[in-house]
Write a protein that binds this ligand. Structure first.
Ligand code: PLP
Length: 403
């Protein structure tokens, strides 16, 4: 079968996070009491005024094709929202609405990257970046970040990876899976590096509004000279708890946006009209759900960190943003400090055993280019977090005793 498919589809794999979610769903459908730390989506409902706007859109028959790039009021609203919230200056002609942030990244990479191009992606990375680059024919080049640095990538480390073939750098701050936040002064150094070396900078801002003190929402687009080199990718998914609505956007120089519109016109056409009207209400309406979610994530982050750090052999950097903890569990693996036979052989194996034996679903570090780690999404209730921590601790202690 493989040989009947194109080389480009054979270059990529199914998203490992989707695979974990599907596996967790199988357990749940069998009635298993699963603690699910898998999904990277808010556990809060979409705010009422957004849902009502969608219902109104249906009732008013706004159910037809829209312009490929999205309805003008939404493009205007995204530019105004980004200016208000993050201080940028974009016009609707520099904005395209896509079917989620992932689609915005896919389209931007498709129009910028071709065979032979290198794309620098700090690791640990969000699962889809390397595969989207590979699908476009490019080569992902990873630059390691460390827990000691809070997983924030440094310009100096990126500089060492730049070659004449480097076309693009993807910075995801706050980062999925680590929660790492690039400090503004470092981000500006990264931009200066990109400008000096003629490299595009993609700023994935999907988690921009979920940052913990002392960090605050920041966009590199406020730096002088940013607009010529930067492609912003954003999403309604996390900020407005709208993952299923599939609305994302890109802000970029007009010529790049035009190329993305061309691609979109021959693939998905416009994002769903009804979802666009919902996103319009999100971007123009009250933002009060955001601090409420953030305060709850902050409470959960504290508890997850305490709980993980209390387990012997587990270390965990404090995430500066997003809603993930990324503990290092290498000491509990057979290839860790001791080579005990009965221990899980790697974090992939550990996550499988945690699912099968402790009924805890989470994503192994291998998916993010960081073996020896686990990604725990704390977009779930404190009560489930307590239960999950108990199960992980019990499982690790039992495995330790048996080894
Ligand atoms: N970028 C990052 C870092 C993400 O974690 C995600 C989703 O998990 C996305 C982009 C895409 O989100 P969506 O396509 O739902 O807008």
């Amino acid at each position: 079968m493989q040989s009947q498919l194109t080389d480009r589809i054979n270059r990529i794999s199914i998203s490992p996070t989707s695979a974990v979610i599907a596996e967790a769903d199988r357990y749940k459908s069998r009635g298993v009491d699963l603690v699910d730390f898998g999904p990277g989506e808010p556990d809060f409902p979409t705010p009422e005024h957004i849902k009502k706007a969608a219902i109104r859109a249906i009732e008013e028959n706004r159910t037809k094709y829209t312009p490929t790039a999205g309805i003008l009021p939404l493009r205007e609203a995204i530019c105004a929202w980004h200016q208000r919230e993050l201080g940028s200056h974009y016009e609707p002609k520099e904005c395209i609405v896509n079917v989620g942030g992932k689609h915005a990244i896919f389209n931007a990479v498709s129009v910028l990257v071709q065979s032979g191009d290198e794309v620098i992606i700090p690791a640990p990375y969000w699962v889809s970046f390397p595969d989207i680059v590979k699908y476009a024919g490019g080569k992902p080049v990873h630059v390691e970040t460390s827990a000691a640095d809070g997983f924030a990538v440094r310009a100096a480390a990126l500089e060492k990876a730049v070659t004449p073939k480097t076309r693009l750098m993807i910075i995801n701050s706050p980062c999925n899976p680590t929660g790492g936040v690039v400090p503004p002064e470092e981000y500006e150094k990264i931009l200066a590096l990109c400008r000096k070396r003629g490299v595009w900078l993609m700023a994935d801002e999907c988690y921009s509004h979920f940052v913990y003190e002392p960090n605050s929402p920041y966009s590199i687009t406020t730096a002088p000279g940013a607009k010529e080199n930067v492609i912003v990718v954003g999403s309604a998914s996390k900020t407005f708890a709208m993952t299923g609505w599939r609305i994302g956007y890109a802000l970029a120089p007009e010529s790049l946006v035009q190329a993305m519109i061309k691609l979109q016109s021959q693939s998905t056409s416009n994002p769903t009209s009804i979802a666009q009207h919902a996103a319009l209400a999100a971007m123009t309406g009250p933002m009060d759900s955001v601090p409420v979610m953030l305060a709850e994530y902050a409470r959960r982050r504290k508890r997850v960190l305490e709980g993980l750090r209390a387990i012997s052999g587990v270390t965990c950097a404090e995430p500066g943003g997003a809603f993930y903890a990324f503990p290092n569990v290498a000491a509990h693996l057979a290839n860790g400090a001791s080579a005990a036979q009965n221990r899980p052989k790697d974090s992939f194996d550990l996550s499988r055993q945690l699912l099968e034996k402790a009924h805890v679903a989470l994503v192994p570090g291998e998916a993010f280019g960081a073996p020896g780690h686990l990604r725990i999404s704390y977009a779930t209730s404190l009560e489930r977090i307590e239960e999950g921590l108990r199960r992980i601790e019990r499982f690790l202690h039992r495995a330790e005793a048996a080894s």
